[in-house]
Design a protein around this ligand. Structure first.
Ligand code: 6PG
Length: 256
């Protein structure tokens, strides 16, 4: 296995989510202690719900000064904020609506007023440019002028995509913009996503990947497969990536 990342394999989805929640709290308390604020990008999909459940528990929630947590989104679907497919809605309902975080600290990608149903490509482009401005204004910059998340949370699809960085899509080659729109042919849909550079330059990445359907690709991600085949592989060789896997997702790692 040629990865410098940190891989944590747990017996169940719940145990992997708990380990990921421990790491999340560790990152949040360290950032707030040392820099006065925690800038975090949340992931979409279904697996994060298990992690959010832990963050709502007293022994986790009460260790965080939520007034100093600034919430962003790693990617978003071109739907209204109250739409069932909205990542913003998922994170709100499974976490943010139940913690004492100021509304002003939550930065949605989608502004419903900017969603033009008759031209989703235009919406995606306007929202991507808009969100890049928000990140540039609100995120700390390092000495090279690069914006810096304290933590970017990521999942992985069975095809090796992460955020909305899908195999074979134009956004994989984006190396200047921090946020970009992308048309995902297999979904017949536009998405807005953080790009590789801004995720790579984050202080830490938390990858929570569970389920047997992910095992085949995960094994290849940690071995010889080309990075473009599986976009998530880009983060496998970065030392500040923490991977939280259940044993089903990790079931083919050993074989490799
Ligand atoms: C999204 C996500 C996406 C997700 C994976 C895994 O908007 O869908 O950002 O990258 O993390 O598709 O999704 P599951 O957790 O549902 O398997």
């Amino acid at each position: 296995m040629n990865s410098k990342s940190n891989i944590h394999i747990e017996d169940s989805v719940d145990a992997a989510a708990k380990a990921a929640a421990d790491f999340w709290v560790q990152c949040a308390t360290a950032a707030i202690r040392t820099r006065g604020a925690f800038h975090v990008a949340f992931s979409g999909g279904s697996t994060p719900k298990y992690l959010h459940r832990y963050l709502l528990m007293d022994e986790y929630r009460e260790r965080i000064d939520w007034s100093r947590v600034h919430v962003f989104f790693g990617d978003e679907r071109m739907v209204m904020c109250d739409h069932p497919d909205s990542n913003y809605r998922m994170v709100r309902e499974t976490l943010l609506d139940h913690v004492d975080i100021p509304q002003a600290n939550i930065y949605s990608v989608v502004d419903d007023a900017l969603l033009m149903s008759d031209d989703p490509s235009q919406s995606a482009s306007v929202l991507a440019t808009n969100y890049a401005k928000i990140l540039d204004e609100l995120l700390p910059h390092d000495k090279h002028g690069l914006i810096k998340f304290d933590l970017v949370m990521l999942g992985m699809g069975a095809d090796g995509h992460t955020a909305s960085l899908f195999p074979g899509t134009s956004i994989l080659d984006e190396c200047t913009r921090t946020v970009a729109e992308v048309y995902v042919e297999k979904l017949k849909a536009w998405r807005v996503s953080l790009t590789f550079p801004v995720i790579e330059q984050a202080r830490q990445r938390l990858l929570l990947v569970c389920g047997e359907d992910k095992a085949e690709v995960l094994a290849k991600v940690f071995t010889h497969a080309d990075k473009d085949d599986y976009p998530v592989k880009r983060f496998a060789s970065l030392s500040d990536s923490q991977w939280f896997l259940d044993k089903m997702a990790a079931s083919k790692l050993g074989a490799q």
